[in-house]
Design a protein around this ligand. Sequence first.
Ligand SMILES: *Cc1c(COP(=O)(O)O)cnc(C)c1O
Length: 374
Amino acid sequence: MIPFNKPYLTGKETKYIEEAVATGKISGNGLFTQKCQQFFEDTYGFKKVLLTTSCTDALEMCAILADINAGDEIIVPSYTFVSSALPFVRQNAHIVFADSYPDNPNIDANTIENLVTEKTKAIVVVHYAGIACDMEKILEIAEKYNLIVIEDAAQAIDSFYTFKDGTKKALGSIGHLGAFSFHETKNIIAGEGGMLTINDEKFINRAEIIWEKGTNRSMFFRGEINKYGWVDTGSSFLPSEIISAFLWAQLENINPIQEKRLAIWNRYFEGLKDCKNITLPVIPDYATNNAHMFYIVCKDLDSRTALIKKLKENDVLAVFHYLSLHKSEFYTQKHKNGALHNSDHFEECLLRLPFYFELTEAQQQKIINTINEF
Ligand SMILES: *Cc1c(COP(=O)(O)O)cnc(C)c1O
């Protein structure tokens, strides 16, 4: 069976874990954590990076930092993972779901303004498949209504957005706050792991405190204060050095990993571009492609079900993706959202093809042939 995903190891992961263990410091915020954070700040222009134990945790930090409380409304796309909404629900906010574009699973920026009320506090954007949302338009709306923009950049490492004036910025560096994932299904992995990116300086001090269980321990270790204590809310959001050491081995190889993934993505695109009855991903002019995933969109649910079956008969595991959150069991117990047809369309028709570093050309050709025959 050709699996859907296979975590890629660069070979140095266990070596760096041994090094971390040998230093005698394996709790959080040690050398490897700081090396990883520095790498991200230097490479992608984030003002401040804090590694976390997951992207979900980073989003929980965003919800706390944005001071989300009962009565607040948060605009979130419906076609996304639960984690884009859950941290705000835990702060007792009300989620207002937005639709996707007809031809792109990302949040349709043209629909956002209609959802804004005087209670709206933040917009969560999700860069689906690592392809940028229309950030310029989203920032305009956010400025007009004084909203906080949080980028769920879980899939968006090493991907960029170009503004109309030509400025190019890394995804996760554009909103006030951003969150990335290093889950084993992403481009760069640490088993479970994530990071918070802070682009508005006013959040930096408080983020460090929330990260370290509500204490000002980070300031203490920098010698800025002479004792540390409990000063705010928070949790244990920081990963151990064992996770960071693993992540560092991945980061040293980010360029070859990205090149290989792009080659795989391009081979799928070339092989399937003349295929009738499916549509391929659209990459807007303002976005780059970080080759996080390759998906196709089938005509309808029946044809997708039949294609999944046909691929399985040929030992290929292709999988659909999100179920619209606005129709989920949890949300509909208490709330009702208007219909979101585009999100539902992707729920029923989008199909993800096997995508991982070690996928061979021969395996890929077999997948392409099977789809073309179908
Ligand atoms: C993977 C993913 C997450 C969750 O990441 P974790 O690190 O597993 O918490 C959140 N949002 C999106 C869009 C994702 O793809």
